[in-house]
Design a protein around this ligand. Structure first.
Ligand code: AHM
Ligand code: MG
Length: 336
């Protein structure tokens, strides 16, 4: 048991990704460089999130401080940090951020072959009360970086080369997939490094937890309503599922990934496309779920097959344990 406490052979995220990339003969280290800039952004946001409570106490967050300087809101600050980190990596050419209405086309001298889609700080309703929030990102390779086009950002989710999230919770955890499984890294604050703590994450085949905003129940469609009813009153003699809902996608998905179960943000009568955004919420989380052995479904199709038409498009999403998603798929199939 003391072996872990005195571990001296540390698998940092950079070392891990370098190892992984060296398996590809054509790799020239571009992805590793890109990722290290994303990691820097995550560390910065983690530090800002950790200080936010204190800063507020002395009148910093979002308002003018004692010196009369304007302070930026955490979500705006996070966006700036990620945009700057990504551009300066020299490895990106198109960026899509939840915070920016238009895609950012990187200036020619700083262009590389990757397109990054991201939500710099997701879980806006949880920011001010110090509950877990996170960053979500997905990475595409583009066809021709001398002439980046919007279509480069509108590829189906299955074409992502990597996806991940960083959760700013009781610890800072970065979960990443480069298309061969899912691995989790925890920030060791004393080293300032993400260390591999959750190698080869596999989601349990079936779970005991469902996660949904039940306040929207009156507007649900029939399959969603039937499914949630089954979670609470199973007819096959199995025990009822527990409900857990934080309202931060990163935290709710992270728990789902580790404990198993299902996360739902369905369509409803008021929002026929649900709430969550395809590019930087639905796709990266669906990519991770599939890589961990789970499934992700939109109510119509495999989530990663969706081809977005607009960068801020929304989609309903059901993701999690293989068997649990299978059940909701069956209910939608019955509807047909
Ligand atoms: P945001 O981008 O404004 O933060 O909204 C996204 C968040 C997700 O993190 C979370 O899954 C969802 O909204 C919760 O929505 P609701 O409050 O409707 O349950
Ligand atoms: Mg968001």
């Amino acid at each position: 048991h003391s072996a872990d406490a005195h571990r001296t052979d540390l698998m940092t995220i950079t070392r891990f990704v370098l190892n992984e990339q060296s398996k590809h003969a054509e790799s020239r280290g571009d992805f590793t460089i890109l990722l290290s800039h994303i990691v820097l952004g995550c560390k910065f946001v983690c530090s800002a999130v950790n200080k936010a409570g204190l800063a507020k106490l002395i009148g910093l967050a979002g308002e003018t401080n004692v010196q009369g300087e304007e302070q930026k809101k955490l979500d705006v600050l996070s966006n700036e940090v990620f945009v700057k980190a990504l551009v300066s990596s020299g490895r990106t050419c198109i960026l899509v951020s939840e915070e920016d209405e238009l895609a950012i086309v990187v200036e020619p001298s700083k262009r590389g072959k990757y397109c990054v889609v991201f939500d710099p700080l997701d879980g806006s309703s949880n920011i001010d009360c110090g509950v877990s929030i996170g960053t979500i990102f997905g990475i595409y390779m583009i066809k021709d970086h001398s002439e980046p086009k919007l279509e480069d950002a509108l590829q189906p989710g299955k074409d992502m080369v990597a996806a991940g999230y960083c959760m700013y919770g009781s610890s800072c955890t970065l979960v990443l997939s480069t298309g061969s499984g899912v691995n989790g890294f925890t920030l060791d604050p004393s080293l300032g490094e993400f260390i591999l703590t959750h190698p080869d994450i596999k989601i349990p085949k079936k779970g005991k937890i469902y996660s949904v905003n039940e306040g929207n129940a009156r507007n649900w469609d029939a399959p969603t309503a039937k499914y949630v009813e089954k979670c609470k009153f199973p007819k096959d003699g199995s025990s009822a599922k527990s409900l857990r809902y934080i309202g931060s996608m990163v935290a709710d998905v992270h728990r789902t990934l580790l404990y198993g179960g299902i996360f739902l943000y369905p369509a409803d009568k008021k929002s026929p496309n649900g709430k969550l955004r395809v590019l930087y919420e639905v796709f990266p989380m669906s990519f991770l779920m599939e890589q961990a052995g789970g499934q992700a479904f939109t109510g119509k199709e495999r989530a990663l097959d969706l081809v977005p038409k607009k960068i801020h498009e929304r989609s309903p999403i059901f993701l999690g344990s293989y068997d649990d998603v299978e059940e909701i798929k069956a209910l939608y199939a019955e509807e047909q």
